[in-house]
Design a protein around this ligand. Structure first.
Ligand code: BGC
Length: 752
């Protein structure tokens, strides 16, 4: 989809309730229970194809036990085993969330070094969520799905949608958000987009994989209500709305059982309650048993190099069947699921209509650009120093190693080999008039303390230690460039070696001496613009106090540098909003305030439902920048909030309308955010919870009416004692604003 179409669209992001049919939950319904309702959004996936059952039965009847188990485990790093004589192909998989990973050796993590496995590098998860744009989530999924298809992959190991529980999480940059509502509203279109290309999404990591520390064995304890309200909603909608064809079982344990052999999570919740018909694929080397894994709901075991026939679901499974420890019918059940998936993806059956896909196209780079350009968050612009007036300057100092840092590769499964990654410096060179002199100086260096070398792909639990002293000569060169230039932009933040899978950060301090560099630059030029490039929060209170202009960008894909330059010069008006809370200090964050991170053998999520802004707002702790926050070059005001009724019953839709006026000089987009609060609730509640949002383009001087529809069932809490969702009758406040802390319009409704 091109930029013009996107920007001219009024992107109404709503939740809609269409039907009230029954349910995959198998739970009793009562007066107030909402389990009997199914929601339906504008993005609906195509279910698994169940039209080949007879064909599948006859194939299974012809297969040997060895051939059957070959479908249930890795036979190379990223494929299962084919049964050529029966026309059953390998199931071919590839990472990952930022684009299709390069080809690796069949039996090791070593890249093959091919010339034809380049791919588009898309913005990392936190960047996508900062767009608050469900249409762009669909564009992302569809674009990367086309690339996966072009690389002949059946499964892409994406999206990664675990809730961001702690800002130090190694995969915070890769995951979407701290909020379950924003999470599910982005996950569904993303998955639908992928799967329109005869490619299965593999939604990961199911579930409660919210830290990297001790992820191989840590036992996560979450109370049932918190699990249902915070950690599962996006996984649930991935199944019930998007019809995700596969799920990845996480490394860690949940309530004492590994997630790849967790009967409760895999059989009871995923399949029996949600009606999941796809396959459960293990994370790589996350399986620990044979019979128990299979019986508990795992379908395919993938893993790291060791003889593939030694995998738990390989020879040990054959032996277990022969020893009568598990029946061949049980094996058949899992084989059937894999075959159904192959028929659904047209890699068997109707292979003539198999899609072809496309890769590295200008259209895909444009998709990456569109996402990046809506993701950038303007945190501060006190003296209106931004956008840069290119007519008035002749020289710019560009300071900081992040101006030239590339972030496509790295981070294990989230790395992408790409031919195009426009850095911030290149973006400025592309976009600034050629008569402006750019004085670039590195300023700080990305340096690490020596550490025990981890083998490629090996998980270490050690924290990355950085060298934080500035090199005096580099510092001097930077300050000289600042003195010699009319305008200064500092590109700071982190990178994907520092924020990475397999380890969490020790703290939120800015590494490599950047804070000192920024302070010294600001002493010379107090108007220097600071641009942070990172995927997760840092402690930047001092920087924020001392600078007039602060911009937040992400690991932002192939076109990240162009998008950033366009925002800095005002070609694009920033419309990104933080998908997580930026705390003033780490200890303010819920998992840290409750001293319940990272645990040791066990981690108990003591903050319960109060994750992210739910904690900050309920406990009245001021964040540095709140969830949902982000400025624009123009000003917006909200007015005339109305609800279509005063009173609702449980099957109703609450239809809201609010006017968004652009009172400034630039065209722009605002994200209208609807939070709901239940005063005097009989159960614990967060001060407010996001229940709707809409990104709306408004031309300068104009007003647009935004309508949002919130199903009453979205107001339910989970009653763990009865294992039911319940909507509490009474008065609710509808709070509409442009961050969790900036509520501009308010009304009350009653649920009968
Ligand atoms: C990661 C997954 C990834 C897999 C395959 C694991 O270490 O947790 O997200 O898809 O490796 O590379």
């Amino acid at each position: 989809m091109n930029k013009q179409i996107l920007s001219s669209m009024a992107i109404a992001v709503c939740t809609l309730l269409f039907s009230c049919s029954d349910s995959t939950t198998g739970m009793n319904s009562t007066e107030e229970s909402t389990d009997s309702f199914t929601t339906s959004s504008e993005y609906q996936g195509r279910p698994i194809n169940m039209n080949y059952e007879d064909k599948i039965d006859s194939l299974i009847a012809e297969m040997t036990l060895e051939e059957k188990t070959g479908l249930l485990h890795g036979h190379s790093m990223f494929t299962t085993k084919a049964v050529e004589r029966l026309g059953i192909p390998e199931l071919k998989m590839a990472d990952g969330p930022l684009g299709v990973r390069e080809e690796l050796e069949r039996e090791s993590w070593a890249p093959l070094g091919l010339e034809d496995d380049y791919a588009t590098y898309y913005p990392a998860g936190a960047g996508l969520s900062a767009t608050w744009n469900t249409e762009l989530a669909y564009v992302f999924g569809n674009s990367v799905g086309e690339e996966a298809r072009a690389r002949n992959k059946d499964v892409i190991l994406s999206p990664a949608i675990n809730i961001i529980r702690t800002p130090v999480g190694g995969r915070t940059y890769e995951y979407f958000t701290e909020d379950p509502f924003l999470n599910k509203k982005l996950a569904v279109p993303f998955i639908v987009g992928i799967q329109e290309n005869d490619v299965a999404a593999c939604v990961k990591h199911y579930a409660a994989n919210n830290q990297e520390t001790n992820r191989d064995f840590v036992d996560v304890q979450i109370d049932e209500r918190t699990l249902r309200e915070i950690y599962l909603p996006a996984f649930k909608d991935a199944v019930t709305e998007a019809h995700a064809y596969s799920m990845m079982g996480a490394y860690n344990k949940f309530r004492g059982e590994y997630l790849c052999e967790n009967d409760y999570m895999l059989n009871q919740v995923l399949r029996d309650e949600w009606g999941f018909k796809g396959i459960v694929i293990s994370d790589w080397a996350a399986v620990h048993t044979t019979v128990n894994s299979l019986k508990s709901g795992l379908d395919v075991e993938m893993g790291t190099p060791k003889p593939f026939d030694e995998f738990f679901l390989a020879q040990p499974l054959i032996d277990s069947v022969k020893a009568g420890k598990i029946s061949e019918e049980e094996v058949d059940k899992h084989v059937k699921r894999v075959l159904r998936l192959m028929f659904t993806l047209n890699s068997m059956g109707d292979t003539e209509s198999h899609k072809e896909g496309s890769i590295n196209t200008e259209a895909h780079f444009k998709d990456a650009y569109n996402i990046a350009s809506e993701s950038i968050v303007l945190l501060k612009n006190e003296k209106d120093l931004l956008p840069i007036n290119t007519q008035e300057i002749s020289s710019i100092a560009v300071i900081g190693a992040n101006a030239t840092k590339k972030n496509a590769l790295g981070g294990f499964g989230a790395g992408v080999k790409t031919k195009r990654e426009v850095t911030p410096l290149e973006g400025l060179k592309n976009r600034l008039p050629s008569d402006i002199t750019i004085n670039y100086a590195e300023g700080y260096q990305e340096r690490y303390a020596p550490k025990k070398e981890a083998k490629f792909g090996e998980v270490t639990q050690s924290r990355t230690e950085t060298i934080d002293e500035l090199d005096p000569q580099l510092l001097e060169e930077a300050l000289e460039a600042v003195r010699n230039s009319e305008l200064t932009i500092i590109f700071a933040g982190s990178n994907r070696d520092y924020e990475t899978e397999a380890s969490d950060r020790a703290d939120l301090s800015l590494p490599f001496g950047q804070e000192e560099l920024i302070q010294k630059v600001l002493e010379i030029n107090p108007n220097a613009i600071v641009v942070m490039i990172a995927g997760a929060p840092f402690e930047i209170e001092n920087i924020s106090k001392n600078t007039h202009s602060l911009v937040w960008s992400w690991f932002n894909g192939s076109e990240g540098g162009n998008a950033l330059a366009d925002v800095l010069i005002g070609e694009v008006n920033p419309s990104g909003k933080l998908p997580w809370t930026m705390p003033k200090k780490l200890e303010d964050s819920p998992a840290h305030a409750t001293n319940s991170f990272p645990g040791d053998q066990t981690v108990t999520y003591d903050e319960g439902i109060l994750v992210g802004y739910r904690w900050f707002d309920t406990k009245d702790i001021a964040p540095l920048y709140p969830f949902g926050y982000g400025l624009s070059y123009t000003d917006f005001s909200l007015s005339n909030l109305t609800a279509n009724q005063k009173e609702y019953t449980k099957g109703d839709l609450i239809q809201l309308s609010v006017d968004v006026s652009n009172t400034g000089a630039f065209d722009g987009k605002e994200v209208v955010q609807v939070y709901v609060s239940k005063p005097n609730s009989k159960v614990e509640r967060a001060a407010k919870e996001l229940k709707g949002f809409a990104k709306q383009a408004v031309a300068s001087g104009k007003t647009e009416q935004v309508t949002l529809a919130i199903p009453v069932k979205e107001l339910a809490y989970f009653d763990a004692s009865e294992m039911k969702w319940k909507v509490e009758p009474g008065t609710y406040k509808i709070l509409v604003g442009n961050s969790s802390r900036n509520i501009l319009q308010e009304t009350e409704i009653t649920i009968k």
